[in-house]
Design a protein around this ligand. Structure first.
Ligand SMILES: Cc1cc2nc3c(=O)[nH]c(=O)nc-3n(C[C@H](O)[C@H](O)[C@H](O)COP(=O)(O)OP(=O)(O)OC[C@H]3O[C@@H](n4cnc5c(N)ncnc54)[C@H](O)[C@@H]3O)c2cc1C
Length: 394
């Protein structure tokens, strides 16, 4: 296997291509836009920066954000410093940086749309623009919405989120996230080098687009974001169900998928950049070591077991209640009154706390959190504290 075609030159395709080309493969990356402003927040958490330090070290414009603010559905606010900063890029800059690295490693990039992929013969055949191309293997890293491979299923509405937003030419230093009542999704404002990415994401089919647009415009107005020159965008984002993460086919004899195409996205936060990069890298490693079929296990060991757990609790987090109020509201309140809980959320937001150990951490510090919460809300009476502790444990 020598010639590899990669459909999609986003983070997953570029990093996969870079790694393969550095090991002597002939890699061609096909992308209909190459470096472009893909609708995205552009936020890279600590795990991405720790794994790929060039994302922080390079001279490309980016914003390093240290402070976040959470806003609950009924307007409570909590501001905190994250334990590690989030690095926010414009996607045109990030994609350009990754594609440049892929080209420097030896990849050929072709700006064209791939309209078909056939994997049923020895060599893979692709229709790229008006040309027919052949390769030994194809990596599909073409994002959430593609049906290029008949050997697997496309992501359905249950595995997707709708996103709408604006790129706003203004400056800000704080990252904001706002929850809405009984709503699976959230609003965000991510400051970038010279503009903000403001948006809303919601489970597909949950709310009509006009309603999402209304929530978005209300948020923009509440946060006093000046909208002169703002550009509207919309896009889909995977929000995979647990069974999709566990069971969907992402590899065949002469094909594999990475990034959003393989549904490698956190179903709670929508973080996908780190998982796109890491899946591209793990796929390249599996190919280089001649162990393609081990790719899903490698993903599982690296992160997909954690994402599966996240998928099983996502609905509860957005729609669940605790002490008579929405979990997201209680989370904002706890942030303000419990230093122990604040430390935990600082780690969650900066991407240094995974979901499975989060559960253990929450349990191990439940006593302290309840004590701090109860002191702040109910006074320090022992009966009130015992009752809160019982509720948290159940
Ligand atoms: C609104 C929004 C906000 C987000 N915010 C964040 C965030 O702040 N942090 C974070 O970590 N993640 C975020 N994400 C998720 C993140 O954008 C994705 O997970 C990430 O881009 C996935 O990378 P990828 O390489 O798999 O796919 P993509 O980045 O989607 O790249 C796919 C590439 O394939 C190309 N392509 C598609 N079809 C074809 C074709 N037929 N032929 C040729 N080329 C094709 C496209 O042009 C594109 O360049 C957000 C997503 C959205 C929609």
């Amino acid at each position: 296997m020598k010639d590899i075609a990669i459909v999609g030159g986003g983070p997953a395709g570029s990093l996969c291509g870079e790694r393969l080309a550095s090991h002597g493969y002939n890699v061609t990356i096909y992308d209909e836009h190459l470096a472009w402003e893909k609708p995205c927040g552009g936020g890279l958490t600590h795990k991405a920066i720790a794994a790929y330090p060039f994302l922080l070290d390079g001279s490309q414009p980016k914003r390093i954000v240290r402070t976040a603010e959470l806003i609950s559905g009924n307007g409570h606010r909590a501001r905190f410093d994250m334990s590690h900063p989030i690095v926010i890029y414009a996607r045109k800059v990030l994609n350009g940086l990754l594609l440049d690295r892929a080209t420097a490693a030896g990849c050929t990039t072709v700006r064209t749309r791939v309209t078909s992929v056939a994997t049923d013969r020895d060599r893979v055949r692709l229709t790229a623009g008006s040309e027919e191309r052949a390769s030994d293997f194809v990596v599909v890293a073409a994002g959430a919405r593609n049906q290029l491979l008949p050997e697997t299923t496309a992501l359905t509405a249950r595995d997707l989120e709708v996103t709408l937003g604006y790129f706003v030419p203004t400056e800000e230093d704080i990252l904001k996230v706002k929850f809405l009542k009984e709503f699976e999704g959230y609003l965000w404002s991510f400051p970038r080098a010279d503009h903000l990415s403001v948006g809303i994401c919601a489970k597909m089919g949950q709310s009509p687009t006009q309603q999402l647009r209304r929530h978005l415009d209300e948020f923009v107005s509440e946060e006093n974001i000046p909208m002169n020159g703002a550009q509207f965008y919309s896009h889909v984002l995977p929000s995979p169900q647990a069974q999709t993460i566990r069971g969907r086919r992402i590899v065949g004899k002469n094909w594999a998928m990475a990034g959003d195409a393989a549904a490698c996205v956190d179903p709670i936060t929508g973080e996908g950049l780190y998982y796109a990069l890491r899946s591209g890298e793990l796929l390249a490693q599996a190919l280089i070591e001649g162990q393609l079929q081990s790719y899903p296990e490698r993903l599982r060991a690296a992160f997909s077991a954690d994402l599966e757990f996240a998928a099983s609790i996502a609905k509860k987090i957005f729609r669940g209640t605790f002490l008579g109020g929405a979990i997201t509201t209680r989370m904002v309140q706890l942030l303000n009154c419990s230093p122990t809980f604040r430390d935990l959320i600082r780690d969650v937001f900066s991407g240094s706390q995974d979901y499975r150990t989060l559960k253990q951490r929450l349990f191990s510090q439940v006593g302290t959190t309840v004590l701090e919460f109860a002191r702040s809300f109910f006074g320090a009476g022992p009966a009130a504290i015992r009752s809160q502790r019982r509720e948290i444990q159940s």
